[in-house]
Design a protein around this ligand. Structure first.
Ligand code: NAP
Length: 273
């Protein structure tokens, strides 16, 4: 059964000695890697930008007594995901942190289908493959942990971010569904569902965010909640939308999200002029 976990050696024994962190070249994934290094875990760092992964590895190996391996790969390609899973097999990985992901924003019919499908590959297919393979390995080991990145958009329809919201609904439901199954085998699962976070994500998605949470705070709170919660929400908007508005029908929440998202798309467009 999933148990309480304190920091330090106990935490490392439970989720180490190695962790696989995707999306480690930037944003939340990079901060997850920093927090795990602080807790003494060795890290396999994954993303496409090798230079950024390598400098993070140098930083973390210098600051902490840990080892890092860099695997630069495109998780939008199924063969690359399979190769990554083969390459990581020799490592004694006890924790998967799946942060790689991206979003798009705008009217559904205006967004190119190719990038929507690519998003499905990165945000869903790759997450599913990695979660399935790592979960089997963790069940065999009798312990482990899985951290999946959901979002506040996961809990209702979201006009102007339709496909992105659908990918996060997939991740959220997957995490909630496998958590009780895997708890029986000693494996903890958590979904992290933050409100806007101050990373490069928004600009890459075509959004301008107002109030945004710091990625380090999201990373620390998510890691601390592993084994304790099903979903961790960080940020005022996350608590408001998932908490206070939880009693509203989905249609009402969708209208509220539509207003928020449309505002962020318009603000981003205005800033580009
Ligand atoms: N920022 C927010 O407001 C927010 C809110 C809720 C949830 N989230 C979720 O949190 C996760 C991390 O987002 P973030 O804010 O940290 O975004 P970010 O700063 O843009 O970082 C995204 C990471 O994903 C990697 N990545 C993207 N596409 C990839 C691909 N095809 N193959 C391999 N790696 C890829 C990027 O690395 P490379 O470019 O080097 O490949 C980067 O390391 C995402 O799943 C996002 O949906 C973000």
């Amino acid at each position: 059964m999933a148990t309480e976990h304190s920091s330090g050696a106990m935490w490392r024994d439970r989720f180490g000695p190695w962790a696989l962190v995707t999306g480690a070249s930037d944003g939340i994934g990079q901060e997850m890697a920093r927090e795990l290094a602080r807790r003494g875990l060795n890290l396999v760092l994954v993303a496409r930008r090798e230079d950024r992964l390598t400098s993070l590895a140098v930083e973390l190996e210098g600051k902490h007594k840990i080892d890092c391996r860099v695997i630069a790969t495109d998780l939008g390609e199924r063969a690359a995901v399979e190769a990554l899973l083969v390459e990581t097999e020799p490592f004694d990985i006890g924790l998967l942190v799946a942060c790689a992901g991206f979003g798009t924003a705008g009217l559904f019919v205006d967004l190119p289908l190719a990038s929507e499908i690519d998003m499905l590959e990165v945000n869903c297919s790759a997450v599913l493959s990695m979660t399935h393979t790592m979960a089997r390995r963790f069940v065999r080991r009798g312990q482990g942990g899985i951290i999946l990145m959901s979002s506040i958009v996961a809990f209702q329809g979201v006009p102007y971010a339709a496909t992105y919201a659908a990918t996060k609904a997939f991740v959220q439901t997957l995490a909630e569904s496998i958590r009780p199954e895997l708890a029986l085998a000693g494996v903890d699962v958590i979904a992290s569902a933050p409100a806007p976070v101050a990373t490069g994500f928004a600009a890459r998605s075509g959004l301008a965010m107002g109030r945004a949470e710091e990625p380090g705070v999201v990373a620390r709170q998510t890691i601390a909640a592993l084994g304790r919660k099903t979903t961790v929400r960080r940020g005022f908007l996350a608590k408001f939308l998932i908490g206070s508005l939880a009693t509203l029908p989905r249609s009402a929440r969708t209208r509220i999200m539509s207003g928020i998202m449309h505002g962020m798309v318009r603000k981003h467009a205005a800033l580009q002029k």
